[in-house]
Design a protein around this ligand. Structure first.
Ligand SMILES: [Zn+2]
Length: 88
């Protein structure tokens, strides 16, 4: 995520408007938007829950939630997940 993408989304109010008007690369905006959603998500229920393994969308989400660095495997999982959501 980049600061300029985050600022563009904040300024234009939503992802689609930011993509249309900010002139920033759509993928960069999508990453920033997704990261912002994940950062605002509720924390997982405490205790006992098995953590998702790296390379899954669940692990990617967890990294963001706990502000951990996102490794390449998890970033790729997000890219794959995102591509799938666009196809269906
Ligand atoms: Zn990971």
């Amino acid at each position: 995520m980049t600061v300029r993408a985050e600022q563009a989304i904040a300024r234009y109010g939503d992802l689609n408007t930011a993509v249309e008007r900010s002139g920033l690369p759509a993928q960069e905006l999508h990453y920033a938007w997704y990261d912002m959603q994940a950062a605002n998500a509720d924390p997982p229920p405490a205790g006992g829950r098995k953590l998702a393994e790296c390379g899954t969308i669940g692990a990617h989400r967890r990294h963001l939630r706990y502000r951990e660095p996102v490794d390449p495997a998890c970033r790729q999982a997000y890219v794959d997940w995102y591509a799938k959501t666009k196809l269906t």
